[in-house]
Write a protein that binds this ligand. Structure first.
Ligand SMILES: [Cu+2]
Length: 280
């Protein structure tokens, strides 16, 4: 007959073998399929980078989830109470090997993720707002586009096209965009979901975020900061279009808004609400 220690050893071996097998299968699936299913998709270079980050983090946590699932299922099937008197199980004992391995594995994981995350962030800002003096600046020519949030809509200004301001965000494909996100009133947050861009819009602050568009597509823009009564309705759609279509669109917008363009304030990094209009 097997001794209690031998039986415990068998349990541990079975759980570890099953967890390793499940981990290898599940982690392979995550690595192969993660890029296809994880948010925010492939809408920009920054979004693709975020999918990679999400895949790496999911792949790291998969073996831990596999071990927990196997241990849970194994415990339910092997250690359930099967009638008779309830007896206490064997006592839990400290194990110095487990302690050392726990410290080594968790420290290596956290340090690797810190290094990987910092490297990814410094490539191109990863789609986040970097404040008025960004440190992760991509190389190359940029198209500046200003995002102006106010209760409860976004408008967009194109300083290199005469400070044109429109209620639609249209961007040229395969282009590096320098977004300048600001607000006229409360704190909002500009979130272009499929492009992987999210940057706070604060009044009086020029929050810079970088975006490299890919092929033409539509995308959603949402406010991601509770900003008042109609926050839930603060959304619109944007488009990434081929360069010639973008140029034609800019011309049509300049024509459409020519009558009111002269009332716009001069292009500036940030604006404050008009006190007279506010009083009225
Ligand atoms: Cu909002």
């Amino acid at each position: 007959m097997a001794t209690p220690a031998r039986r415990q050893g068998n349990h541990a071996r079975r759980v570890i073998v099953a967890a390793v097998v499940l981990s290898v299968i599940a982690t392979t699936l995550v690595a192969v399929l993660g890029g296809r299913f994880l948010p925010p998709g492939n809408g920009s270079t920054q979004a693709t980078g975020q999918v990679l980050d999400n895949t790496v983090m999911l792949a790291i946590v998969t073996p831990i989830i596999a071990l927990l699932v196997v241990f849970f299922v194994y415990s339910l099937s092997q250690f359930r109470h099967r009638g008779g008197a309830l007896v206490d199980g064997p006592p839990l004992r400290d194990d110095p090997h487990v302690r050392v391995w726990w410290l080594v594995v968790t420290s290596v994981t956290v340090l690797f993720l810190a290094g990987f995350g910092s490297y990814e962030l410094l490539q191109n800002g990863s789609g986040g707002g970097q404040g008025p003096s960004p440190i992760a600046i991509p190389n190359g020519k940029m198209l500046p586009v200003q995002v102006i949030a106010q209760q409860w809509q976004f408008t967009y200004r194109y300083p290199t096209y005469g400070g044109l301001e429109t209620p639609q965000l249209v961007l040229p494909a395969d282009t590096y965009i320098e977004l300048h996100v600001t607000s006229l009133d409360a704190i909002h947050s500009f979130w272009a979901t499929e492009l992987g861009i999210k940057a706070d819009a604060n009044p009086g602050v020029d929050n810079v975020a970088y975006l490299q568009t890919k092929s033409p597509r539509t995308f959603h823009v949402r406010c991601a900061e509770l900003c008042g009564l109609w926050h839930g309705y603060m959304f619109n759609n944007g488009r990434v279009v081929p360069q010639p279509q973008f140029t034609a669109w800019v011309k049509s917008q300049q024509r459409d808004f020519s009558a009111v363009a002269k009332y716009l304030p001069k292009y500036s990094k940030s604006y404050y609400p008009d006190p007279q209009r506010r009083a009225g």
